[in-house]
Every structure is written in C-alpha cells, then in structure tokens.
Design a protein around this ligand. Sequence first.
Ligand code: PEP
Length: 247
Amino acid sequence: MAANWKMFKTRSEAEKTAQTLLSKIEGKVPADREVLIAAPFTALSSVDSVLGSQDWFHLSGENMYPAKEGAFTGEISADMLKDCGCGFCLAGHSERRHIMGESDEFVGEKVTFGLANDLSMILCVGETIEERKAGNVQQVIDTQLEKGLAGVEADIVPDRIVIAYEPVWAIGTGEVAGPEEIKEAHLFVRKKLENIFPDKFNDIKILYGGSVKPGNCAEIIALDNVDGVLVGGASLDGESFSQIVLA
Ligand code: PEP
C-alpha cells in the first residue's frame, strides 16, 4: 500500500501525517501487507523518524538522478536517498514523464542505476487518454516496460522491482479505471513480466494507481493481478491513508 506525496508537505506536516497514520494502524497491519511512503526529499527524514522502525514500513524517494554524484544541480542521488532512510525510489511517474519530459530510455537508466545502487525501484507505466482512445494502451505499456526494464538482470530478486500501472487520465482526476480496464492492463503487465523474468514474474508486485480512495480500495485490490495500490491525493491525509492501508 504505497503513498505518493508529490510536492506536498513541509517537514512538520509530514511528521504529523506520519504520526496520525501510525496511531491508526499500529498493531493492525496484516502480516502480508506492507506500507510505503514516497515523500518529498526535504520530508524524508521526518517520515523516517516516525515510521522507520516499523517492520511493515518502507520509505521511498519520488525521483533520483542516475549518477553516483556530480555536477547535476537540483538533482538527488541514490546514496543521498539511502542516507535519509530510503530503500525504494519511484521511476517514470506520469508527472515526471509528461511535465518534466522524461523519456522511456531515461526512466530505464534510473531503474538500472537505482537497482545497481541498492535501491528497490517502482517503475510507473500507463497511457494517456489520447493513447487509450487510439487503442494503443498495450503498445504504450509494452514500450514503457521494455525500455524501463531493459537494464534489469533476469535474476533480480523479485521484491526489488515493483510495477505501478497508473493510467494518466485517472491520476488526480477522481476518475478511477473500471475493473475490466484494470484487470486487462494488469494481465498484460503480468504477461510482459513473464517474457522478461520467466522464473519470477508471479512474485513481482503490480500496483494500481489512479484516484484510489478509502471507498474503492478494497474492490480494486481484490482484482486479479492487483497486488496493491499507489495513492496520491488520498494518501495526504493520515486518516484517509490509514483506511486504505487496512482496506
Ligand atoms: C499518483 O500520484 O501516483 C496517483 C495515483 O495520484 P491520485 O491517487 O491522486 O490519482
């Protein structure tokens, strides 16, 4: 159950939200469920100070630059994320692809570099509404997975890579993809994973993201090939995200 806080929350706001979440879910997280928060860089340590000791919790960066260090003004490295307590990082979120103009190849470089530098990576894929209307959903996801995973070794430990299917038209819009649309896309992702990782494809988690709320989460995670959710807006409130975590 993953949260993406995007460019929201000061350090004190992040700490308060993490405390609310902890107070609502402590002692209740089922053994087979994990919780992840991708927080802004400045808030990572605040979240870690509240949740870092919980065995069900993972801290994640929202982005990373694929180099050890160097003259990359404004960027953040894998080592810096790990230094703040992160074990994970997102790559290819639609806001990075469509607002910052990140290419499929660049996203793939981040995935490869993050894995080689001891981060587990969450690769986000998904089509725009124009691509869906043009009947290109599978083609778009196929290319994003192909290029995003191009540098991943076939013997990768399956826990270290997570795929998030997030149709762009469902992100932050209140418009959730329908069950058939989600099932179809997730099955396609699973089959693609089978091609790339024939021995491990069933152990790689596939998350759905796009306007997940406390009221629709249980129905979504019950669908075939949906192993969890990636939640933006509804994760910003600790109470609301706690309901999603326990759905
Ligand atoms: C996201 O940011 O990845 C996301 C799915 O956002 P929202 O839940 O607000 O649609």
